[in-house]
Design a protein around this ligand. Structure first.
Ligand code: ADP
Ligand code: MG
Length: 294
């Protein structure tokens, strides 16, 4: 049986689960543009392999879990839909080891980074770059389990916990030099080929995640920020992305590239209507991918 066309298919669908302020802001932005957007609540949906064609349809993914978002993207793409962000971008950005590999392949500066599988190799890395080192889960966000290790005792303690308590992802040890940055990170919001805004996240914790109490300030998009953010976005495949930058004595380094943008606190300090810009960007894609009317 060949796949059926999708009758009365909407041009644009937002796929979501729990609605955060970001999703409400996006719905308001589409409303303000007079665009009807279908909402698809992922927990009440099922994808049937090969059942439906979705050519010319566009899906903006706003689900929270990385694994769920990736599965949805792959499923919809197989039906012929345009998905933002694309599955290969989600796949790369969701995994810090994959992001580092993509950045390295494209020559985009990042902290000294290594992947090792044993305590001895972790120790050799620390001896090469100097203590402290930073150990991160390859999958994760909000600074969770991102650890700054000052000596071999700390390294041993964390590795032992990972080996005995962690799942398969914790058997990959993702290590970085500790970048001696100011008490802040920079973040550039990239939509396609444009950096629309940048923020500085400042906090007392060395991990300046807003989930850890960091505050947000607008910061100008300097030529350096623009150049490295676009290079990083290009390296991971492009889309709607937030590129985190660490200020080091060797210039800006890419910390990570986020594919599920959180921007609720960023429009006001930057003066940029981020949900509006995302809506415009997605609508432009929708037009580009719509089938020609005969
Ligand atoms: N190599 C590093 N050197 C110094 N600070 C770092 C380094 N890596 C991460 N950080 C700090 O920790 C925060 C969380 O790390 P990140 O890699 O972005 O993980 P997450 O995905 O959990 O946000 C960063 O925003 C940054 O402030
Ligand atoms: Mg981060």
């Amino acid at each position: 049986m060949s796949p059926a066309p999708n009758p009365g298919a909407p041009r644009l669908t937002v796929v979501h689960d729990r609605l955060r302020p970001e999703e409400h802001l996006l719905f308001e932005a589409f409303d303000a543009r007079g665009v009807h957007v279908e909402r698809l609540y992922a927990p009440a949906w099922q994808w049937q392999a090969g059942a439906v064609r979705r050519d010319g349809e566009t899906y903006l993914l706003r689900t929270l879990s990385h694994a769920r978002t990736l599965a949805i993207a792959r499923a919809l793409e197989s039906d012929g839909a345009t998905v933002v962000n694309a599955s290969h971008v989600i796949d790369t950005c969701g995994d810090k080891a994959a992001t580092s590999a993509a950045l390295a392949r494209h020559g985009v500066p990042q902290p000294e980074t290594a992947i090792v599988f044993s305590r001895d190799e972790a120790l050799a890395f620390a001896e090469r770059v100097g203590w402290p080192i930073v150990l991160k889960p390859t999958l994760g966000s909000w600074g969770r389990m991102v650890s700054r290790l000052h000596d071999v005792d700390a390294l041993d303690a964390v590795l032992e916990h990972k080996m005995h308590l962690g799942g398969p992802h914790h058997q990959v040890f993702y290590l970085q030099e500790h970048v001696d940055k100011p008490q802040r990170d920079l973040r550039a919001f990239v939509l396609g080929e444009t950096v629309i805004a940048a923020i500085a996240r400042e906090g007392s914790d060395w991990r300046t995640n807003t989930a850890r109490g960091a505050t947000v300030r607008g910061t100008p998009v300097t030529p350096d920020i623009e150049r490295i953010a676009l290079a990083a976005a290009h390296a991971v495949g492009g889309g709607i992305l937030a590129v985190d930058l660490l200020e080091s004595d060797r210039g800006l380094l890419v910390g990570e590239v986020n594919h599920g943008l959180e921007f609720r606190n960023s429009s006001e300090p930057t003066g940029v209507d981020i949900p509006g810009a995302i809506a415009d960007h997605v609508l432009a894609l929708t037009d580009r991918h719509a089938p020609a009317v005969s």
